[in-house]
Design a protein around this ligand. Structure first.
Ligand SMILES: Cc1cc2nc3c(=O)[nH]c(=O)nc-3n(C[C@H](O)[C@H](O)[C@H](O)COP(=O)(O)O)c2cc1C
Length: 163
């Protein structure tokens, strides 16, 4: 799949088939995460992959009761070290790589920004000095959402100066 096709076709998927993510697909997803760039190549981030049913259920509560969180193949938590400048951004880049790799594999993802950090840290046993950047659901889609609208280019792009 062309990268441009993956970018154009990606949607937030909130309904998943109950099947587990295959080992082959999961290793491609994790490799996309591993290869993503980071500031100074620090790689000061961790990706927690939650596949256990009981822990996924706990993640629903930590993610403001978004019930689809328990239906996905895996919940991903991107964790960064706040002492490392840009490590939060590095997490976002890592997750974005995952969204596009997932698209190529026929999988769906949804960013999860609505979460309570303390609860996520408790569920996933994340050390106190680490921060949760973002979470994401991933799995085999059981819906084909329509494209959400986007602003026109001239509303978001300015040339040479802000205007
Ligand atoms: C940083 C971020 C956080 C988001 N948090 C949530 C969330 O908590 N729950 C949810 O259902 N969707 C969440 N979304 C998905 C957005 O609602 C979605 O990307 C947007 O509506 C555009 O739709 P699309 O992804 O299908 O193009 C989030 C997206 C981003 C980028």
């Amino acid at each position: 799949m062309e990268v441009s096709t993956a970018i154009a076709n990606r949607r937030s998927v909130r309904k998943y088939k109950p099947e587990q993510i295959s080992k082959a697909d999961m290793s491609k997803i994790l490799e996309a995460a591993r290869l993503s760039p980071s500031a100074r190549n620090d790689q000061a981030r961790k990706l927690i992959v939650i596949t256990d049913k009981k822990i996924k259920l706990e993640m629903v509560a930590a993610c403001k009761n978004q019930s689809f969180v328990k239906e996905c193949g895996a919940v991903l938590i991107a964790v960064h070290n706040p002492e490392k400048r840009w490590s939060a951004e590095d997490c976002v880049i890592m997750l974005d790589h995952i969204t596009l790799q997932a698209e190529e594999l026929g999988m769906g993802t949804c960013w999860i920004g609505a979460f309570e950090e303390d609860k996520v840290k408790e569920v996933a046993k994340i050390p106190a000095d680490m921060r949760v950047a973002l979470c994401m659901t991933i799995g085999y889609p059981d819906e084909s959402p329509a494209a959400r609208p986007r602003k026109d280019l001239d509303e978001i792009v300015c040339w040479e100066k802000y205007q």
